[in-house]
Design a binder for this molecule. Structure first.
Ligand code: HEM
Length: 362
């Protein structure tokens, strides 16, 4: 039996795919031209969300191993890079949808109610896979995000919530970083010494400055005192614990030290990939924030300050999520604690050679 060669349409299931756009306004006999754009933009988002989950899921699996294989680091980095490229594309999708005018949207908006973006299962799964915490989404603690979903969807979303997120897995991986305490070298002690030296130098420079008034000196010395205290939180387990409790930090102290080490000594060959990975997590967070901001602006433009079809306050609610819903904030905040390369303590030669790639001629 000879099988028919595969065709473009068969392979991609084009007929099914193109049969999935069913504008409600057409059903009512008063077709609204822009409803097609509205549907296609949402569907395109959902397809890309599927791809994002595919990429994130594979990274989560590789990071779920008790030891993350170094060989997989490059793969993880390129998949996370791909996620950021998709995110950029999605921000542009919103620009395309914005070619619809608010008046044209009104032609069919009532037909959608009470359907809402709150019901995007894949969007919730992306948030949870990354590690977004907090069950409430609608600005009201009694409204968990699953409330908007059907029972079968709740099960699916809660299964993702119960799986260790990328945040948790990366934190564990960082905590296992072997280079922080080796052969008489403790990273945080040497780093603390360097930082205290810099702070003392800065204070001396202010005290002896001939042009500063006593008030200016006092103000600047106070600034230095504040910086010094924020550095102290890096070295004191109990201060760190209270920052975590108050919601200012999330990453464990050990993982924070490791992330700092990677950031400071990123020029060491073995730290290149870990550094890129941490940077990409910050990129993903930032792009998700940009999407949220762009979506919120579009909503403002389309419906002003009317409430959403999902029952939220609409624009004010969405705007508030831009700042609140960040996952990898601790990695972003690390910049506060960076010191210039010239002030970095030298690594012990033994450790330096372990951080370099070895080339064995024998
Ligand atoms: C005319 C265009 C759009 C309008 C007016 C709009 C409106 C809204 C509103 C008001 C909300 C808040 C929930 C509610 O009360 O319903 C929301 C949430 C949401 N929308 Fe849109 N939306 C539009 C386009 C899109 C597109 C193209 C997507 C792509 C999938 C999308 C995805 C979402 C998601 C995922 C949420 C939940 C966000 C969160 O809870 O943080 N929306 N939308």
């Amino acid at each position: 039996m000879t099988s028919r060669p595969v065709t473009y349409a068969d392979y991609l299931k084009i007929e099914g795919l193109l049969g999935l756009q069913a504008p409600k306004s057409t059903e009512t006999g008063m077709p609204a031209h822009d409803e097609m754009l509205f549907i296609v933009t949402h569907q395109a988002h959902e397809l890309w969300f599927k791809q994002v989950l595919h990429e994130l899921g594979s990274v989560v699996r590789m990071f779920s191993e008790s030891i993350v294989d170094e060989k997989n680091m490059g793969v993880c980095v390129s998949r996370l890079q791909r996620v950021t490229d998709i995110q950029k594309l999605l921000i542009d999708h919103i620009r395309v949808l914005e070619t619809m005018t608010p008046l044209d949207f009104l032609e069919f908006r009532d037909l959608l109610s009470p359907a809402s973006g709150f019901q995007s299962v894949q969007f919730r799964k992306i948030e949870l896979t990354l590690g977004l915490q907090g069950g409430e989404r609608f600005g009201c603690p009694t409204s968990p995000y699953v409330q908007a979903l059907a029972a079968s969807e709740v099960k699916d979303v809660l299964a993702t919530a119960e799986t260790p997120s990328l945040f948790v897995l990366v934190e564990k991986w960082l905590e296992r970083t072997p280079f922080l305490d080796v052969e008489g070298y403790t990273f945080w002690k040497s780093y603390r010494f360097a930082v205290s030296g810099r702070i003392a130098d800065d204070a001396r420079a202010i005290e002896s400055h001939p042009l500063l008034s006593p008030e200016n000196k006092a103000r600047q010395l106070q600034e230095i005192e504040n910086t010094s205290r924020s550095f102290e939180a890096l070295f004191d387990e109990s201060v760190h614990a209270s920052l975590v409790k108050e919601g200012h930090r999330r990453l464990s102290l050990r993982a924070t030290h490791a992330a700092l080490f990677i950031n400071l000594y990123r020029d060491q060959p073995i730290l290149h990939m870990p550094f890129r990975l941490l940077t990409l997590l910050v990129d993903i967070d930032e792009l998700l924030q940009t999407w949220r901001a762009q979506h919120a602006l579009m909503v403002h433009r389309m419906i002003g300050i009317k409430v959403g079809t999902g029952g939220s306050m609409g624009y004010p609610y969405l705007k508030s999520t831009v700042e609140r819903f960040r996952v990898f904030n601790d990695f972003l905040s690390l910049s506060t604690f960076l010191i210039p390369r010239s002030a970095l303590p030298e690594l012990p030669p033994e450790l330096k050679s372990r951080l370099a790639f070895a080339f064995n001629l024998s």
